[in-house]
Write a new protein. Structure first.
Length: 133
């Protein structure tokens, strides 16, 4: 295919317009929106309702997958701690994709803390990766 670097030397050397080289990190662009949602949920400005929670759950799943992909690209193998925390974050919301979200209001502070820890863990690891280069 003309869209992969293996098929065309110009794609490998110069990059091909409209293709993803895989070098750009995915998660940083998603983090501000998640942090905004966490703030709104934490301070009660936006009480969790089923539609908001389902959208938040989907966005959280995208963020977690993006963080895992970025860590892998940076050469960091997960010891299991990152994925376990990510699974706990999604479990707080009622499991994986394809189901509506359910978050017990009493569990909200614990969920917010878990998600913030996951983001910090990702950011610290990515800073270490940048320092290595």
């Amino acid at each position: 295919s003309a869209y992969t670097s293996d098929a065309d030397s110009s794609a490998r050397e110069d990059g091909l317009s409209g293709t993803n080289s895989g070098a750009e990190l995915e998660a940083p662009r998603l983090i501000p929106a998640i942090q905004n949602q966490l703030t709104l949920m934490q301070n009660g400005t936006q009480p969790p309702n089923p539609d908001n929670l389902t959208a938040y759950k989907n966005m959280s799943g995208d963020l977690i997958n993006s963080m895992i992909a970025d860590l892998y690209r940076a050469g960091y193998a997960d010891s299991g701690n990152f994925r376990a925390l990510g699974d706990s974050v999604l479990e707080d919301l009622g499991g994986g994709a394809g189901t509506s979200s359910s978050l017990d209001r009493s569990q909200l502070p614990q969920h917010v803390d878990r998600m913030q820890r996951l983001i910090r863990m990702y950011q610290q690891t990515m800073r270490k990766a940048a320092d290595r280069q």
